[in-house]
Write a protein that binds this ligand. Structure first.
Ligand code: PRX
Length: 650
């Protein structure tokens, strides 16, 4: 947990905006005044000014059937045209849209004119494969330009993409293809990661094996890794072969503002991931608005770099839709920060003259650990703003980020948001907000949030509670794919008319907001969201496991780490070497969900701590996992069990 007000490092330290920066900032204090006067008129202006509509909306918000919002509902647009053609039409066709850097050192730059052409060809190809508006297309690709092209081609047709992060396993991929009933999968042979090709196609083959989803007609395969792949004739098609000779003219149709744009699966508190649904006009409005104002974008001169993978919401909103809607030039990098050596990221910053840089606290902590001499050996003078996202940023990392990467002067924006919110909700505005290390601070103009206690009463300054969003916002999720009730239940049942985010928060004496981490059974490991229930069900799917309980334990490097307490079946206890059993269970979770979910520690125990009604007391396990004194055990059915578990942990 981060609580900067108690942190000796930062007590009282604040950073006022640099006057030169403020004088030239995209957004000034008048934005909040405007939104405060008339929130809906403010959003209507954003929608009209930042988005090109085929038919401009006359309606702003329809909240007649809460919690199902409709924004700009009588407007029509094509999202891909907004990200591409309109910039070419405005005379910016020669501006670079993507500076792509492959991990092995190959690179490729695509202008807006070139990217538009690629997307039109891909859209024609998808049409020839029978993809029509409303169809779902799963994209399982490395961080290569084709990922952006594929997403925009799907959007151009009014089809719905579901991007699955390349680190997810075949099993996770299968579940997502199945839930969305996808007709097409776009993948690659493999991508580069830490100096080797990491294959992707085998996971698609496994996901679509005999008992897999039957809805998929074709698999389009981009050649990237050059690795050998199995081939299913009639189903599998090479992307480059299919694109040969395809026309580069494509007339885009306009769709309703509420037409679905994408589904993105994220972890919830149950074992089944939720397909978060986003639609077109409101989403595009808020990602364009936030990208421009929070990061002070000057599209003519800035070079934007968001290090997130397109497989996560940050990649959707701040690699694809926000920056491209704003006509920005950006860097897209395929590999890891430390390949071939620890300074790779800073080489990329230097090479492309990156001006605006957006990454996650976990990455900042790992570069911190590698030592300041590495970034200091590079020329980072092009940078003019730094951003953070994905988890609470500890004040120490914030200060290091500013001092070492930010030359002790750059503004830092700590942006709070979620897959569900679609776009940034709480963040300082550079040039306006006096920042506090470790705090996301203020809701953006147009966004209304509060911190409330368990009964829904707003906490007084200095108090802690739960973060809620009190008014609908344009880029809010429109539901969970195929599960209307779960949407209502998960986000709206707790406080009725307010959106429950699942995060704890504190309001300080100035009214600023500090995020304190999740309050539910969701973990945040290296900025990736994982569900304890999902990992538990992966563990119990292993033949030797009788029962398991998973907790997120504080971890210096990754924010939280997965710690699994496992009870083996009686026979396995006798037959298996404990070390081997733990290793095989860690492997099993990686196979079932993906390497990101692999437990850091597996503790084999004889019994789990339970209440008399049989509920597992995770709180006590967290105490053990974090090496704390064990809390109140009076409600345990068997008080002795905790003594045994803590002995086993040592
Ligand atoms: O707990 C919050 C944390 O990440 C969660 C959302 O995860 P996800 O949907 O994967 O989206 C991550 C990228 C937007 C939130 O519920 N989180 C995100 N940003 C911050 C944060 N926690 C604290 N401070 C942040 N800036």
């Amino acid at each position: 947990m981060v609580d900067g007000t108690d942190d000796l490092l930062t007590r009282g330290r604040t950073f006022a905006p640099d006057p030169d920066f403020a004088a030239r900032a995209t957004a000034g204090p008048e934005l909040a005044e405007e939104a405060g006067r008339d929130r809906l008129a403010f959003w209507a202006r954003q929608a009209h000014e930042r988005v090109s509509w085929e038919r401009p909306p006359t309606e702003t918000l329809d909240w007649s059937d809460p919690p199902f919002a409709r924004w700009f509902a009588d407007g029509t647009l094509n999202v891909a045209v907004n990200c591409l053609d309109r910039h070419v039409d405005a005379g910016h066709g020669d501006r670079v849209a993507l500076h792509w850097e492959g991990e092995p050192g190959d690179s490729r730059s695509l202008t807006y004119a070139e990217l538009t052409r690629e997307v039109k060809r891909a859209a024609n190809l998808l049409t020839s494969l029978g993809v029509v508006a409303g169809d779902r297309v799963v994209i399982y690709l490395p961080q290569i330009p084709e990922a952006v092209v594929a997403m925009l081609a799907v959007a151009r047709l009014g089809a719905v993409h579901s991007v699955v992060f390349g680190g997810f396993s075949a099993e996770s991929l299968r579940a997502r293809i199945d839930d969305a009933q996808a007709v097409l999968v776009i993948t690659a042979d493999g991508g580069w990661r830490k100096g080797a090709v990491s294959p992707l196609k085998p996971a698609v083959d496994a996901a679509l094996a005999a008992d897999g989803p039957a809805t998929v007609r074709n698999v389009l395969v981009v050649r990237r890794g050059g690795n050998e792949v199995d081939w299913t004739e009639g189903r599998d098609l090479w992307w480059h072969e299919q694109l040969e000779g395809v026309a580069d003219e494509h007339e885009a149709e306009a769709f309703d503002a509420e037409h679905p744009l994408f589904i993105l699966y994220t972890s919830g508190t149950t074992g089944k991931p939720k397909g978060i649904l986003h639609t077109s006009g409101g989403y595009l409005t808020q990602v364009a608005y936030t990208h421009a104002t929070v990061f002070d974008l000057k599209p003519e001169t800035d070079v934007w770099w968001c290090t997130a993978d397109v497989g996560w919401i940050t990649g959707h909103s701040y690699v694809v839709y926000g920056p491209l809607a704003n006509g920005a030039t950006q860097v897209l990098y395929e590999g890891t920060p430390d390949f071939p050596a620890a300074g790779r990221w800073w080489d990329v910053v230097e090479k492309y003259g990156v001006t605006l840089f957006y990454t996650a606290p976990t990455a900042i902590r790992s570069v911190m650990k590698a030592g300041r001499e590495i970034p200091q050996a590079r020329d980072l003078s092009s940078l003019r703003l730094l951003g953070s996202v994905g988890e609470p940023i500890n004040p120490e990392a914030w200060l290091w980020y500013r001092e070492v990467i930010g030359a002790d002067r750059l503004p830092i924006v700590d942006t709070w948001w979620q897959t569900e919110t679609g776009a940034i909700m709480v963040s300082p505005l550079p040039g306006v907000t006096t920042t506090k290390p470790g705090a996301a601070q203020t809701p953006l103009p147009g966004v209304s949030v509060d911190v409330v206690d368990d009964d829904g009463t707003p906490v007084a300054p200095g108090g802690s509670g739960l973060l809620v969003v009190t008014e609908p916002w344009p880029s809010m999720l429109r539901g969970i794919w195929g599960d209307r009730d779960r949407y209502v239940e998960t986000y709206w049942s707790r406080f009725g008319d307010r959106y429950f985010a699942g995060d704890g928060a504190r309001r300080d004496e100035d009214g600023d907001i500090w995020l304190l981490g999740r309050v539910d059974d969701v973990m945040n490991v290296s900025g990736h969201r994982l569900s304890t229930a999902e990992i538990e069900s992966a563990l119990v799917s292993h033949a030797v496991v009788a029962e398991s309980a998973v907790v997120g334990a504080a971890d210096e490097a990754t924010g939280q780490a997965v710690v699994a307490f496992v009870v083996l079946r009686d026979k396995a206890k006798v037959d298996l070497d404990p070390e081997e059993a733990a290793a095989s269970l860690r492997r099993h979770v990686a196979e079932q969900i993906g390497a990101i979910a692999r437990p850091r520690t597996v503790v084999l125990v004889d019994e789990l701590p339970k209440t008399r009604s049989g509920k597992i007391m995770r709180r006590l396990l967290r105490d053990v996992a974090e090496g704390r004194e064990i809390g109140d055990t009076t409600t345990l059915a068997d008080a002795a069990v905790m003594g045994v578990i803590s002995a086993e942990m040592r």
